[in-house]
Write a protein that binds this ligand. Structure first.
Ligand code: KDG
Length: 316
């Protein structure tokens, strides 16, 4: 089967304290499967693309729970490597209420995917896809995963598969210097690069507004397309020409996963048509994600289209 998008990364169980409770007072948690790359595969699949996801999980009820939830969105999970060793990662979250910040506690050390090796993956699965996507979270998890990600990006590039990378810096996983050392060598092999403004400053030392940073990244790493999002929800894409979008007004229910929704939307639109359509899909999906609890934008393709069309229609 030829897939449109293949992603590779960890899925965890996300244990959310019922808002507005903080972790310390929570008597129960809501459990959902969550992980940046599986989120991208899920959203792409929900938008009608054929998506697959590679991972490594313990062969136990929790591993199966996570995979079943990803499969339920139509994602191909046949390349998940099941293992008797290791565990599934977990994270605990309370969403925060302004001015109290959200709190996330990871409990993911030694998860099964951290032991994934290059030899375990069927790389033809990546070679046969139209696009391959991974984020900076995956190489942050273990030295072995750094090797796997390097190999994956190289294999994809050599096979003319569109390579996509989201910097997705996580300060609780590694320092900016460690992230830069691992990620920077990959960047010249990336076709579609996404970053948030704060990440480019922290990890790559690039400062300025989104347009300046996107152009600088494009010139530095020679990517086909660079997408940079800012804290206010606006985004620019640079591919030799600057494409800009202002943010949709959003009421935030849960922002976690909005970057993944943006990334998936961009890949969907880019694979379907072009950069502008990618940016339209990205903006709509990123905005819509804020309105759903959990990591996934539960909207249908029709709902995304309705949002995009309403935006383009004159108000009166
Ligand atoms: O983008 C959202 C995911 O990344 C989140 O659900 C998990 O933060 C996460 C991580 O570090 O993998």
């Amino acid at each position: 089967m030829t897939l449109d998008i293949v992603t590779l990364g960890e899925v965890m169980l996300r244990l959310t304290a019922p808002p507005p409770q903080v972790l310390e007072q929570a008597a129960q948690f809501e459990v959902r499967a969550a992980g940046s790359e599986s989120n991208v595969a899920i959203t792409a699949s929900r938008m009608g693309l054929r998506a697959g996801w590679i991972s490594r999980l313990p062969d136990n009820p929790l591993g199966r729970l996570a995979v079943r939830s990803i499969q339920s969105h139509g994602v191909d999970t046949t390349q998940v490597i099941w293992t008797p060793e290791g565990r599934i990662g977990i994270y605990f979250i309370d969403a925060g209420v302004s001015p109290r910040s959200p709190n996330i506690i990871y409990d993911r050390a030694c998860s099964a995917i951290t032991m994934l090796t290059v030899g375990e993956v069927d790389w033809d699965y990546v070679r046969n896809a139209r696009a391959f996507h991974v984020s900076g979270i995956t190489p942050a998890l273990s030295p072995s995963l750094q090797e796997v990600v390097n190999h994956a990006v190289t294999v994809a590039k050599e096979a003319d598969v569109l390579t996509s990378f989201d910097i997705n810096y996580r300060a609780k996983l590694w320092s900016p210097q460690e992230a830069c050392a691992a990620i920077e060598p990959l960047l010249p092999k990336i076709d579609i690069l996404r970053a948030g403004l704060h990440e480019t400053a922290l990890v790559l030392g690039l400062r300025g507004d989104a347009a300046t940073v996107a152009c600088a990244l494009w010139e530095r790493y020679r990517n086909q397309v660079v997408a940079v999002t800012d804290e206010a929800g606006g985004a620019v894409v640079y591919d030799g020409t600057l494409h800009e979008r202002t943010p949709y007004p959003v009421e935030i229910v849960d922002p976690i996963g909005a970057g993944d929704a943006f990334m998936a939307g961009f890949l969907v639109g880019f694979l379907e048509k072009d950069v502008d359509w990618g940016l339209d899909m990205a903006m709509a999906l990123g905005a819509l994600k804020h309105t759903y609890a959990g990591d996934i934008p539960w909207c249908t393709r029709e709902e995304v289209m309705a949002l995009i069309e309403r935006r383009d229609r004159p108000a009166r």
